[in-house]
Design a protein around this ligand. Structure first.
Ligand code: DAH
Length: 357
């Protein structure tokens, strides 16, 4: 037994890594290890022999096991020491400007518009990108048969056979966040909801994923006049052009009554988009007075409260402001494009220092 002890203890001491250690463990105290086999022989011994051999074998097994554990810990410590010695980083080194990332124009535009609406008392609300068709459609006064559902090119989530949860969609607009926020916060309310939305559409001005910002203001005596003022203030601040021309066109949305679409004055010169000049118009948002059915769906009494809402394409206004001709480039992840159109990471847009520099 002393031979066994000496043999295994010295092999353990010499082991170079955990794999070697495991081999030794199996050879000694594993199921078919030498010590285990010896223990099996106890059955064939006389009771007197067993009384001596039993405790001795147990002690040997304990000795080997604790030597294995101690060696394992020592190997772990040594490995950690080695990593600490070889892997180090001088955190005082300056960053390399060429490797610095840039802020994507969509993120930049989102930060900018958030800063502008915050000045006007709007806070940011968010909702899920995968939502039920109730939030995305029904609650917004778009019932199942309504043509607006077909027009939206909706992505429906696949459903397993027998799944009877309500159908889910990739939200086609940020309007469902209106309902969710009415439910959780009630009236009065003044929010914007920026975020990604999805529609099966693809050309120079449409991508299957794009961004909108929803606006919603609910109070006792809010009118279209408030809506117009808020939007005109917003456009002047965002495009940094005082008195920028906007055009309000009568329109129709199921969730507003009356409704208006808003265009921004612009022109195309040599393939370059210029805003605030020329005789072209680019539609940037839909808006109107919140339909009573929508307030009701959000748990707000339309006899007590009224409000305006709008939904604007963030990518659209970013294209206009920064002169980006093709929407698809936003989502190509082309580093050269990102370096050209991206913004400095540490410049936080705010109204007083200037939105974008
Ligand atoms: N949800 C509409 C869309 O995606 C945009 C919209 C229009 C939002 C009018 C509104 C609104 O809040 O009042 O086309």
């Amino acid at each position: 037994m002393e031979d066994l002890s000496a043999k295994y203890l010295s092999r353990i001491a010499d082991a170079r890594d955990e794999a070697a250690l495991e081999e030794i463990r199996l050879a000694a105290v594993g199921k078919k290890g030498e010590v285990s086999l010896k223990m099996r022989e106890l059955g064939k011994m006389t009771p007197e022999e067993r009384q001596v051999a039993g405790p001795a074998l147990n002690a040997l097994k304990d000795e080997i096991n604790s030597a294995l554990a101690a060696k394992k810990a020592a190997l772990g410590d040594a490995a950690l020491d080695e990593r600490l010695r070889s892997e180090w980083l001088d955190v005082t080194l300056p960053t390399r400007p060429r490797r610095q990332g840039t802020i994507h124009p969509v993120s930049q535009a989102t930060e900018e518009l958030t800063a502008i609406f915050a000045e006007m008392g709007f806070s940011v609300a968010e909702g899920p990108r995968i939502d039920t068709d109730w939030y995305n459609f029904d609650a917004l006064n778009i019932p199942g048969h309504h043509p607006a559902r077909a027009e939206m090119d909706t992505f429906y989530m696949a459903r397993a056979e027998g799944d009877n949860r309500p159908p889910h969609v990739l939200r086609t607009h940020t309007s469902p966040v209106q309902i969710r926020t009415m439910e959780t916060q009630g009236a009065p309310l003044r929010i914007i909801c920026p975020g990604g939305v999805y529609r099966a559409d693809y050309d120079q001005t449409h991508t299957p994923m794009f961004h909108q910002v929803e606006g919603l203001a609910i109070d006792k005596d809010i009118s279209m006049a408030n809506l117009k003022w808020v939007l005109e203030e917003f456009f002047a601040a965002f495009f940094e052009i005082d008195g920028i021309k906007t055009r309000f066109r009568a329109s129709h949305f199921p969730f507003t009554e009356p409704s208006a679409e808003v265009d921004i004055q612009c022109s195309w010169v040599d393939g370059q988009l210029r805003i605030g000049e020329g005789d072209g118009w680019l539609e940037v948002l839909g808006s109107g007075m919140v339909h009573p059915n929508v307030l009701r769906a959000g748990g707000i009494d339309p006899d007590q409260w009224q409000g305006f809402a709008f939904g604007m394409g963030i990518d659209r206004i970013a294209m206009l402001k920064y002169g980006i001709p093709d929407l698809r480039a936003f989502f190509d992840s082309d580093l050269r494009w990102l370096r050209h159109y991206g913004f400095a990471a540490l410049d936080q847009p705010n109204l007083h220092a200037g939105l974008s520099r």
